[in-house]
Design a protein around this ligand. Structure first.
Ligand SMILES: Cc1ncc(C[n+]2csc(CCOP(=O)(O)OP(=O)(O)O)c2C)c(N)n1
Length: 950
């Protein structure tokens, strides 16, 4: 096979002589050679400290000074390589080449590592890892070579060097770390793995503990298999080393200050993790297998399959108590990742864990999902951002080399399933799952790395899946050879037990005894499971204590704020510190705003929002908003994060309201929806006492995060008894901006509504928006809130409120009554019901045409649907016909949701009209037209038709 051209050029011909001389010179006095060479040589003999310079760059820069054409052979007689002029030069060249070989192993040694327990994949020959490439023939292997302290040796023979680098870089562990740009991180890893030949010398006790953990993992799966034949459990079999690895992470973490870990994982091995890592009682798991619910009978909720459930527990290692929470998760692989990260972040804030040492996330992945799901990349991208960082996540891949029935050759283009980790330069430790000591060893290094550098790190544990995807599946349909090998393959525990017995650490009887005694424990717990009753649901504990299950009724909460406080907070939000160079347009807006606080009228949307945030913060409530460009606001309306016009320094007025205020974070997010929404949802799960919000750039982009909506926000409380007070702000409204900037797809959210799971509002006034936001944290329960937010209404002269509508005595209104002086109720010909923005079009047109027999009612909250209030309002107009007017096409918007509900209300009040009539855009495939003229025509027509004037 061809040698890479850089190494080729470098090692042969006249260049070699030059380099040998240069290297001698460098060894004598490092400063005497050009800096590029210093860097290169330093990297070669690296103890890991020097910044890296690749061969071609260094060589390319110097070549012109050496010989004209690097590919030409050097003039005869000058070809010092073959026949060195002096023995010393040969020695120097040997030295350089040996160092290059060592470096090649650091970069690519993982390609030769023995990672696959099944041994089905032979590593390909790689020339850079072959001493022959560097001119070392068989005869040269026993000549001592000066390697200047590298690998801890002054001199070593090629035989010794190869043995060492193979041991370190090609044993059961393959390390990818040379892609890391940060010299400290790279050096740290190199030191950590080269010094003890990449091995931990475990104590007898430690090795016994590893065997015990493997035994528990294996016997538990066998036990389930025997008792519940053919029942899905997505067993861990083949990946049992996960359990001692997780324990090592927590144990080592505990030594470094860890107090709490938030864990996320999918189906594979989840029951094993729940039982053997989290400490969920075996009785509870057996009882669930027997079809009993996971929660007490008086607790509502739909429940979930057992391999999706979460749990929490306290575990103690070496005197450190660590709280563990395993998040419940849906089937959708990897979607739990950002949720876990968000939860960890909230817990860090709660604990004042500024170093992010006390709380750490751990994410477990399947190999196919880890490389397949784009969300993994999104979540990695959050890892270093100020608004989202958690000081590093430890990722563990249960790499069983198959995804359902799909082989890696069909499921990825990247060489490893961990390819995505490279985008944040995370180190990756590939490890053979059948070498549990190696697995525990890398778990330890990974944990140390995370605590040292506060960055993500990946453990890619190669293993296999002993059964089919689930236990009823026949894997030989698709992977006959692999499964033949698996059938012949001894279990990880058996292999390790044999090893310990062979090494005399324990006897065969003792090893078998560990199995027997654990089996006996499971038998006892199995018997006890029959009478097991979950005694409590764990949903309103810890940070959630004091929160209650939602009551019925209007549930306004007390959201009003005394006028003087509104004014004080409002004014403080228009101030910047002395010397802050505020943009002149914003300064003008702020002056206008401060006038509103004096006069009490003309309060716009953004100001009402700022007041909601500001008053809550002043009351000590943390406020957190993230989304794309939300600091300024997509529509230049918010200006919550100000930039000094001379030096771009930032100032956030909301953070300067008062000394005891709550923390305010307004965060411009990455251009990602699923991960950011998932993160904020997770945050809201761990922090019920903060106002947590995600804003979509335009509402429709939230469909990039649909899974979070479907699988978590709308159904999490029902499935897992996990509440959330998360707010989603979704700009919505038909303004002629085309198909993708008009509709936030309100219909989708409404369709998900049921069992009082969340709230959907489309408020028309700044004051109602103010109350809707404050209500989120000013009631005794939490429900997600979806808000259709305005665009053009941000600057609409009619879309304003008085300060008194926020002050004493005010509250959120689910239905807004008629506000104009029109005919008396029984002289009203028509009532137009609507929600959101179209109201202003109707209002303006009605005023223009001086129509007095049409009343306008606004449904501000679509879900929970305000039947009672609406009935009261409609009862005033007994003889009127009832129209539902919307700007969305008929198959979109709220129509299909409100239609039957309004009908029921009409029946209740005995209205003459039996059904509402629809006025709006006709059924359509695309949410809106791209042609402005057509939009205008449609909009005018629907308003006219609704008012009955067209
Ligand atoms: C987003 C998503 N798509 C498809 C599936 C269906 N599915 C469940 S498990 C699985 C294979 C997962 O393979 P891998 O990540 O390697 O984990 P393993 O089951 O091998 O442990 C698939 C395709 C899913 N759960 N989630």
């Amino acid at each position: 096979m061809a040698v890479s051209s850089a190494a080729d050029d470098f090692l042969h011909g006249g260049n070699a002589v030059f380099i040998a001389e240069l290297y001698e010179q460098y060894l004598h006095d490092p400063d005497s050679v050009d800096e590029s060479w210093t860097v290169f040589f330093a990297d070669l003999k690296s103890n890991g400290r020097a910044p890296e310079a690749p061969v071609p760059a260094a060589w390319g820069r110097m070549r012109p000074q050496v010989i004209g054409n690097g590919h030409d052979a050097a003039p005869a007689g000058n070809g010092a390589l073959a026949e060195p002029a002096e023995g010393g030069r040969q020695a120097t060249l040997d030295s350089i080449r040996a160092l290059m070989l060592i470096r090649a192993y650091r970069v690519r040694g993982h390609l030769y590592a023995g990672l696959d327990p099944l041994g089905l994949h032979e590593p390909e020959h790689h020339p850079e890892l072959d001493p022959a490439t560097y001119g070392f023939g068989e005869d040269d292997w026993d000549r001592p070579i000066f390697i200047d302290g590298v690998l801890g040796r002054e001199r070593a023979t090629m035989r010794e060097i190869v043995a060492a680098v193979r041991d370190i870089y090609c044993s059961s562990i393959g390390v990818e770390f040379m892609h890391i740009q940060d010299p400290d991180q790279k050096a740290w890893i190199q030191r950590r793995i080269e010094r003890p030949l990449n091995r931990t010398e475990f104590t007898e006790r430690g090795r016994r503990a590893i065997l015990e953990r493997l035994t528990e993992a294996e016997v538990f799966e066998h036990f389930l298999d025997r008792k519940y034949i053919g029942t899905k459990r997505f067993g861990l079999e083949g990946g049992e080393a996960l359990i001692p690895a997780l324990e090592q992470i927590i144990k080592r973490g505990g030594e470094m200050g860890l107090e709490e870990a938030v864990v996320g994982m999918a189906h594979r091995g989840r029951l094993n993790v729940l039982a053997n890592f989290m400490g969920k009682p075996f009785q509870a798991i057996f009882s669930e297998f027997q079809g009993q619910p996971a929660n007490p009978e008086d607790v509502q909720g739909s429940g979930d399959v057992k391999y999706h459930l979460g749990t929490s527990s306290d575990r103690e290692f070496d005197g450190n108590v660590i709280h563990l929470s395993l998040c419940p998760n849906p089937s959708h692989l990897e979607i739990v990742n950002p949720v876990v990260i968000g939860r960890a972040r909230a817990k860090q804030e709660q604990r004042g864990d500024h170093e992010r040492d006390k709380v750490m996330p751990i994410l477990l992945h399947g190999d196919a999902a880890f490389i397949g799901q784009g969300l993994v990349a999104e979540t990695f991208e959050l890892s270093e951002l100020k608004g989202y960082k958690v000081g590093g996540t430890i990722h563990v891949v249960i790499n069983n080399q198959i995804g359902f029935t799909t082989s890696p050759t069909d499921s990825r283009s990247s060489p490893y399933c961990s390819g995505m980790a490279q985008i944040v330069q995370a180190p990756v430790f590939h490890v053979n799952g059948d070498d549990p000591e190696a697995v525990v060893h890398v778990a330890r290094i990974a944990t140390e790395f995370r605590f040292r550098f506060k960055r993500d790190v990946v453990i890619d544990m190669y293993c296999y899946r002993r059964q089919g995807h689930n236990e009823a599946d026949e894997p030989a349909f698709t992977q006959p050879l692999m499964y033949e090998a698996i059938d012949r393959h001894a279990t990880t525990r058996a292999i390790y037990a044999d090893r310990l017995v062979a090494e005399g650490l324990l006897t065969r009887d003792e090893a078998d005894g560990i199995v027997e005694s654990f089996r006996a424990k499971l038998d006892r717990d199995f018997e006890a499971a029959n009478s097991y009753k979950p005694n409590k649901a764990d949903w309103l504990e810890g940070a959630w204590s004091g929160i209650e299950v939602a009551s019925e009724g209007d549930r306004r909460g007390s959201t009003a704020v005394p006028l003087d406080r509104l004014q004080a907070v409002g004014l403080s939000l228009t101030e910047v510190p002395e010397g802050f160079n505020l943009n002149s347009k914003i300064a003008r807006q702020f002056r206008q705003r401060s006038k509103v606080f004096e006069t009490g009228v003309g309060l716009d949307w953004a100001t009402a929002e700022a007041l909601a945030f500001g008053t809550l913060a002043e009351e000590g409530i943390p406020v957190r908003l993230s989304g794309q460009d939300c600091g300024r606001g997509t529509f230049s309306q918010r200006h919550a994060v100000l930039r000094d016009q001379t030096d771009e320094s930032r100032y956030v007025p909301l953070q300067h309201i008062g000394p005891d205020q709550g923390r305010v974070e307004i965060i411009d997010s990455p251009l990602a929806e699923a991960s950011v929404l998932g993160f904020e949802y997770g945050y809201s799960q761990s922090e019920p006492h903060a106002l947590v919000m995600w804003e979509a750039q335009f509402g429709d982009f939230a469909n990039g995060a649909q899974v979070v909506m479907d699988q978590f926000i709308s159904s999490g409380e029902s499935k897992w008894l996990r509440m959330s007070g998360l707010v989603m702000l979704l700009p919505h409204g038909y303004e002629g901006q085309g198909p993708e900037h008009s509709s936030a797809r309100m219909e989708r959210y409404l369709q998900l509504c049921g069992e009082d799971n969340m709230q959907v509002v489309y408020p028309t006034t700044p004051a109602n928006y103010f109350h809707a936001l404050r209500r989120q944290v000013r009631r005794e329960f939490r429900k997600p809130l979806v808000v259709m937010t305005p665009k053009s209404l941000l600057r609409h002269r009619l879309c304003v409120s008085g300060l008194d509508e926020l002050a004493e005595g005010s509250s959120f209104h689910r239905v807004m009554p008629e506000i104009d002086e029109i005919n008396a109720g029984d002289a009203i010909r028509r009532v137009v019901l609507c929600t959101g923005k179209v109201y202003y079009d109707l209002l303006q047109q009605r005023r223009e045409e001086k129509i007095r027999d049409v009343a306008l009612l606004r449904v501000e909250q679509l879900y929970p649907f305000p039947e009672g209030t609406l009935a009261e309002e409609l009862a005033r107009y007994p003889g009127a016909e009832i129209i539902w007017c919307q700007e969305e096409p008929r198959n979109m918007g709220a129509w299909t949701f409100v239609d039957r509900r309004i009908e029921a209300v009409l029946e209740e009040v005995g209205s003459k009209a039996r059904r509402p009539l629809y006025v709006g855009r006709r059924e359509a495939a695309s949410p809106a037209t791209g042609l402005l003229a057509r939009h205008n025509f449609e909009q005018k027509a629907l308003v006219a038709e609704a008012l009955g004037a067209g």
